[in-house]
Design a protein around this ligand. Structure first.
Ligand code: NAD
Length: 296
């Protein structure tokens, strides 16, 4: 039976440390870190995500500025809002909640965010910095996964890792970070043959699943003693639970019998994502304070 990689508990510890660091930062600079959240439309899931990010800001001692816009907001109006937030020295981080309504060009909106305030790490230059191992903001879910491994003493060096999914917000950056951490990485995606996927998972010391299909990875494929990071968040319903419950991309029970370590869903990667967003926001405020300090 595997040990649980308890992202919820670790995220709480990280947020407690950030709270202390924020108090010291505010006391020494008089600056309160501030995250601006931009939500377009009324998608209930997005509303929940934004609410929980703002609650974390309040708990840590950050200010948050919420910009709720109607679903028919134009591209020009949204770009203008981002421009105003970029120019506002009281705002240190900007988070545009995705997905945006279909008539909006999300890439152009993300491009418009000032690099210094790109706390989600989705800007193409942030991604470029990540790929090249240069300083910048690392997107929050991939950063949370790496922190979870690190804090659990699970060093990827020399390990065989398989990442399933190649999205710009999870799979691709995780594969880059694991490569930087000296794992030997196989990146699987929608056009990977099922037999190749199975062989890669069966041989992997670290499995990161980010597909968005419940139970996509059979537990029987998991190598004895390996590390399983399940990023998937899927709501499934059954007659007993008509409101549904959240499950990951990996068949949890059989995988947990084989893995050495496994993340639960919920309570694994999800809380780490928010903790990393908070960490990036404090970092953005600290960098802004340094760059605005007059040199003598
Ligand atoms: P996405 O839809 O953008 O990407 C899914 C990826 O899965 C694609 O790259 C695709 O190539 C791959 N894929 C699809 N079918 C496949 C197949 N048959 N074999 C192998 N690969 C296949 O999704 P995403 O944004 O990367 O999110 C993935 C999952 O992670 C979702 O469940 C999402 O809700 C969850 N998620 C969780 C967090 C968190 O904080 N825990 C953050 C982001 C996303």
């Amino acid at each position: 039976m595997s040990a649980l990689l308890d992202g919820k508990a670790l995220a709480e510890r990280i947020k407690a440390a950030l709270t202390e660091e924020t108090q010291e930062f505010v006391a020494s600079t008089g600056i309160q870190p501030c995250l601006a959240t931009v939500l377009v439309g009324e998608d209930p899931a997005s509303e929940v995500y934004v609410r929980s990010k703002r609650a974390s800001c309040a708990a840590i001692g950050f200010a948050s500025r919420h910009c709720a816009l109607p679903s028919d907001t134009t591209q020009e109006a949204l770009v203008a809002l981002i421009g105003a937030l970029n120019a506002d020295p009281a705002v240190h981080g900007i988070l545009v909640q995705l997905p945006l309504p279909r008539h909006l060009d999300a890439d152009a909106i993300i491009d418009a965010i000032a690099l210094a305030k790109d706390v989600d790490g989705f800007h193409p230059r942030s991604m470029g910095n990540l790929a090249l191992k240069k300083a910048g903001f690392v997107s929050c879910t991939p950063a949370g996964i790496m922190r979870l491994l690190e804090e659990s003493g699970l060093d990827p060096v020399g390990k065989r890792a398989v990442v399933i999914g190649r999205s710009a917000i999870v799979g691709l950056p995780v594969a880059l970070l694991l490569t930087h951490a000296h794992a030997t990485v196989t990146l699987c995606h929608s056009l990977t043959a099922r037999a190749d996927l199975e062989a890669a998972v069966r041989g992997a010391d670290i499995v990161v699943a980010a597909v968005g299909v419940p139970g996509f990875v059979p537990g029987a494929w998991i190598k004895e003693g390996s590390v399983v990071i399940d990023v998937g968040i899927n709501r499934v319903t059954d007659p007993e639970r008509p409101k549904g419950r959240l499950v990951g991309d990996v068949e949890f029970e059989p995988a947990a019998l084989r893995a050495g370590w496994i993340t639960p869903v919920p309570g694994g990667v999800g809380p780490m994502t928010i903790a990393m967003l908070m960490s990036n926001t404090l970092l953005a405020a600290q960098r802004a304070a340094v760059s605005s300090t007059p040199s003598r």
